[in-house]
Design a protein around this ligand. Structure first.
Ligand SMILES: [Zn+2]
Ligand SMILES: [Zn+2]
Length: 61
């Protein structure tokens, strides 16, 4: 299987990437933990996460 190209380090932990992989469907409980009480929004895609490290381009809400 070919490796997916990552645009930057840690992208495999970013919701921006994970939701595209169906993470919110397969690992719904984990996903809910990451977005619960979201304090950051990704400037790139508008997704919200509790921690900045789970977004590509986070800004504080
Ligand atoms: Zn994003
Ligand atoms: Zn990213």
């Amino acid at each position: 299987m070919a490796e997916e190209q990552m645009p930057h380090p840690g992208h495999d932990k970013h919701l921006c990437w994970l939701t595209g992989q169906g993470f919110h469907v397969d690992k719904q409980d984990q996903y809910k933990k990451l977005v619960k009480d979201g304090k950051f929004m990704c400037k790139g895609c508008g997704r919200v996460a509790a921690r900045a490290e789970n977004l590509c381009d986070p800004i504080a809400l």
